[in-house]
Ligand binder design. Structure first.
Ligand SMILES: Nc1ncnc2c1ncn2[C@@H]1O[C@H](COP(=O)(O)OP(=O)(O)OP(=O)(O)O)[C@@H](O)[C@H]1O
Ligand SMILES: [Mg+2]
Length: 232
C-alpha cells in the first residue's frame, strides 16, 4: 500500500470517487444548526500514525474548493511528520511553525497552488519541541485571521493519542473529522480517541473510513488514489 515517493494530490484526486463523495456529504451536512451556516474550520485527525490524515485532509480541501466561490486554505499542522508540502508539491520553508514561534503573519506564508481558490500553509522547518507551539496564543490569532480571509480552513494534524498537539487544535476549530483506517484501528482505540477529543471540547462531525486497499475495496477503491498493482 505504501509508495516510495509522494504523488501530487492533484494527480490522484478524483471528484467522482466514493471518498470525494463522502467528503462532499460531510461538508454539505456540516452546518451550525442554530445559524444554518457551514462550519468554517475543520480539523482532520486520527487515533494513530499513518491512517490517512494528510491524504484525506488534502482531499477535503480539494473537494470543498470545487464548490462555487469557496476560498479554501489547507494548513499542515503536523509539525512532527509534515507531509502537506509533498502532497501539494511545495517548498516547506516558512510555514505554520513560523507563525506560532515567531508571530509571522499567516497571510505572509500562504503558498499558491494550481487552483486559484486553494492556498496552502506548509508546516515549516522542524523544531525541537513542536508541542509547545500549540500552547501559544498565536494559534487562535492565526486561525482567526485565516477564517476571516478564507471561507474554509482545513487543518491536517498529528494523531490524537501519541501527542497533545491535536487537542489544542481540536478545541480551536469548529469541526473535527476523524479518519479511521478500516479494519486496522481497533474499535476501543477509536472510542478512546473520541473520548479524548470530546473531553477537550472538540466537535466531531464525521468519521471517514479510510481503506488500506483491500479492506473495503467496494467502498474505497485503491484506484482512486492512483495506486497501481506494482505499488501495492
Ligand atoms: N486509501 C488509501 N489507499 C492506499 N494508500 C493510502 C490510502 N490512504 C493513505 N494511503 C497511504 O498511506 C500512507 C499514510 O497516509 P497519510 O500520510 O495520508 O497518513 P497520515 O495519517 O497523515 O500519516 P501520519 O500519521 O504519518 O501523518 C501514505 O503513503 C498514503 O499515500
Ligand atoms: Mg500526515
Amino acid at each position: 500500500m505504501k509508495t516510495t515517493k509522494s504523488p501530487l494530490i492533484f494527480d490522484n484526486y478524483d471528484g467522482e470517487s466514493p471518498v470525494a463523495t463522502e467528503l462532499r456529504r460531510i461538508y454539505h451536512n456540516s452546518k451550525k444548526s442554530a445559524e444554518g451556516r457551514h462550519y468554517k474550520s475543520f480539523l482532520v485527525t486520527s487515533s494513530s500514525r499513518g491512517e490517512g490524515k494528510s491524504t484525506i485532509s488534502s482531499w477535503l480541501a480539494l473537494t470543498i474548493s470545487q464548490f462555487p466561490s469557496k476560498k479554501v486554505i489547507y494548513i499542515d499542522a503536523d509539525l512532527r511528520r509534515p507531509r502537506g508540502h509533498k502532497l501539494f508539491g511545495l517548498d516547506n520553508r516558512l510555514g505554520l511553525k513560523d507563525c506560532l514561534a515567531d508571530n509571522i503573519d499567516p497571510m505572509e506564508v500562504i503558498k499558491k497552488t494550481r487552483l486559484p481558490n486553494l492556498g496552502v500553509i506548509t508546516a515549516g522547518d522542524r523544531v525541537p519541541e513542536p508541542g509547545r507551539l500549540f500552547e501559544s496564543e498565536h494559534l487562535r490569532e492565526v486561525l482567526n485571521k485565516l477564517e476571516f480571509y478564507y471561507d474554509i480552513v482545513i487543518v491536517d494534524s498529528p494523531p490524537v493519542l501519541p501527542v497533545s498537539d491535536t487537542l489544542f487544535l481540536g478545541s480551536e476549530v469548529e469541526a473535527v473529522v476523524l479518519v479511521v483506517l478500516a479494519g486496522v484501528t481497533p474499535r476501543e482505540v477509536v472510542q478512546r480517541t473520541k473520548n479524548v477529543l470530546e473531553d477537550s471540547r472538540a466537535n466531531i462531525i464525521g468519521v471517514v473510513l479510510n481503506n488500506a486497499t483491500q479492506v473495503l475495496p467496494y467502498f474505497y477503491d485503491y484506484k482512486y488514489y492512483g495506486y497501481s498493482a506494482k505499488d501495492a
